[in-house]
Design a protein around this ligand. Structure first.
Ligand code: AKG
Length: 342
């Protein structure tokens, strides 16, 4: 599908360094790219990579070993770096050079990830036109900042208030805050309230129409402009602070701790609690339990607490502790369609 039209590095030179692959190292300050009218803090860098690099990355994604692909109902994905559990990463030391290169490029940003939180996990999602991802917050295992590179097509990344568990439960459209127009080759960095409190998702649409609530509207795109989606690949690049390396030796599983803090407390859960894509697959089952759970969170606006109403998905007290299965969407939400495997 993504045949390179020019001569590009291929898997045979995948171990070459960024310099050898001529990745320009330009130091940008991420804080120069804060999106002013968006929830704090979203930083958006258009043309973070050039077209040649985009083509190269699409080629690498498309030509990854077949078993790397996981098929969900609404998209397919690849997981690199290991399995993300509730609180830590079960690292498999598998980050290929073509992704390390992008991690290096993100690490070159001033005010990006701290040195001690270099991204160690990459989730690659491929969306055909009409596909999307339900509104969610990222799991508690991650350092609270996500970086995403878009390839191949634009999309709208939509932001929502969390379900305000108060007297008047709001619909999803009531909770809609606005959208980022993510252009191919761009980088978005989401942290603070936008990461911890807001939900983000992508509607299943084939065409997007520019409207007033697009935070990142370029001046050449007037309200009403229609943008037809094509296949989009996103590289979601994150850090999981607790990084456990598992060694499989003669059928015996032995754990070594690559980084310190809290690892001992996490391992059992993590083995049984797979990464967020797997949680989606298990979502239908978990969702039933979810609706039974009692939970309270402060509302986005008035800080009140309360129980979720009938028919709502209840969410945990601390949005930080919400994983992909705590979507924070109503059980009637159409995004639940995503939960079934093909
Ligand atoms: O594709 C994207 O830009 C969003 C992906 C995402 O939200 C996720 O994988 O958690």
């Amino acid at each position: 599908m993504f045949e390179p039209t020019t001569e590009l590095p291929d898997a045979s030179n995948a171990e070459l360094s960024s310099e050898e692959l001529n990745v320009p190292r330009i130091v940008l300050n991420a804080d120069d790219f804060i999106v002013k009218n968006a929830p704090p803090t979203i930083r958006y860098i258009p043309n973070f990579i050039d077209a040649e690099m985009e083509e190269y990355l699409l080629f690498q994604v498309e030509n990854a070993p077949k078993p790397k692909w996981e098929f969900l109902k609404n998209r397919r994905l690849q997981n690199w770096g290991g399995i993300v559990g509730k609180k830590s990463l079960i690292s498999d030391n598998s980050m290929p050079q073509w992704l390390n290169m992008m991690i290096d490029k993100i690490m070159d940003l001033e005010n990006g990830f701290p040195e001690s939180n270099r991204p160690n996990h990459v989730l690659i999602n491929e969306y055909l036109p009409g596909q999307g991802i339900m509104a969610h917050t990222d799991g508690p295992a991650f350092f609270p900042m996500v970086s995403t590179i878009s390839l191949g097509s634009h999309t709208f990344l939509d932001f929502y208030e969390p379900i305000a568990v108060d007297e008047e439960a709001k619909t999803k459209s009531d909770r809609y805050i606005g959208s980022m127009l993510l252009q191919p080759r761009s980088l978005i960095l989401i942290k603070d309230e936008a990461y911890k409190i807001c939900l983000h998702g992508i509607e299943e649409r084939e065409t997007d129409i520019i409207h007033e609530k697009i935070f990142s509207r370029p001046s050449n795109l007037s309200i009403g402009t229609q943008l037809k989606r094509s296949t989009r690949v996103s590289l979601t690049i994150r850090n999981v602070p607790n990084d456990n390396l598992y060694l499989f030796v003669a059928g015996l599983k032995k754990k070594t701790t690559a980084k310190t803090a809290k690892t001992d407390a996490t391992t059992k859960d993590d083995e049984e609690d797979p990464d967020d894509s797997d949680e989606e697959k298990k979502g239908n089952k978990k969702k039933k339990n979810e609706t039974k759970r009692k939970a309270k969170i402060p509302t986005a606006k008035n800080g009140k607490k309360g129980k979720a109403k009938k028919g709502e998905t209840e969410i945990t007290e601390d949005p930080d502790l919400r994983s992909r299965d705590d979507y924070g969407v109503t059980t009637k939400d159409e995004s639940m369609r995503h939960l079934t495997k093909k």
